[in-house]
Design a binder for this molecule. Sequence first.
Ligand SMILES: Nc1ncnc2c1ncn2[C@@H]1O[C@H](COP(=O)(O)OP(=O)(O)OP(=O)(O)O)[C@@H](O)[C@H]1O
Ligand SMILES: [Mg+2]
Length: 253
Amino acid sequence: MKEKIRLENVRKSFGQKVVLDGISFSVYEGEILCILGKSGTGKSVILKHLIGFLNPDSGSIYIDGIEFTHADEKTKEKIRTKFGILFQGAALFDSMNVFDNVAFGLRRIKIPEEEIARIVPEMLAHVGLRGVELKRPSELSGGMQKRVGLARAIALKPEIMLYDEPTTGVDPITAGAVNKLIVYMRNTFAITSIVVTHDIRSALRIADRIVMLHNGKVIAEGSAKDVLANNNPIIRQFVEGKSKLDAHPYAHM
Ligand SMILES: Nc1ncnc2c1ncn2[C@@H]1O[C@H](COP(=O)(O)OP(=O)(O)OP(=O)(O)O)[C@@H](O)[C@H]1O
Ligand SMILES: [Mg+2]
């Protein structure tokens, strides 16, 4: 399998606080990799490094074999076009209707309006939404807002999708639907997918591989089966203490 992304000994501190303490792992083309870790372990910080919004203090990040952490802004912009992101919370523009939200990125890269009129309903159909183009995000449920966010991201045909806590704060049925969509998107578009989550049940269901973080380090890397068989007490607590992990600061959102 081709290596799409590689992190090598990435370190990042904010002031005195060490968040990433020498992180290394690879992501292979077309796989779904889940990054698991408790709240505050630096999962979102890793995603921000991948899209060049944060620079590591040391270490390297390769995308398609190219190290870009110290590249100029223009190169970083180019790398960003490979990524689609479903943000923690749907991050839709509530001043715009659903159509304009999905069209947003397409208009930025100057896709003609008649093409946009064709693409937007097609993308909404991929996420199981029809006829909601004229609604405002605030009129939709949280699960539907996530679907719109996903439609907006995939409209730009990314090579890599980043999902930041896609199942946090949604009911189990919606979480199941979101998980199915992540797998569907990978299967349909062969998108390399990174799913950041503290939801081990979702990770075990959808991940080809799992990377588990603890205190700024990777404490496990492997298939769901490998993780379930791991005897490290911290990992056991993670696997067995599901209910504890559900007590997440954003769980009410
Ligand atoms: N720009 C920043 N400046 C200072 N500290 C930051 C910054 N970004 C993140 N941090 C700190 O880094 C740590 C990791 O944050 P991060 O958002 O990556 O956690 P997380 O694993 O995504 O947690 P959650 O599951 O709650 O989303 C936190 O302690 C956070 O306060
Ligand atoms: Mg986060």
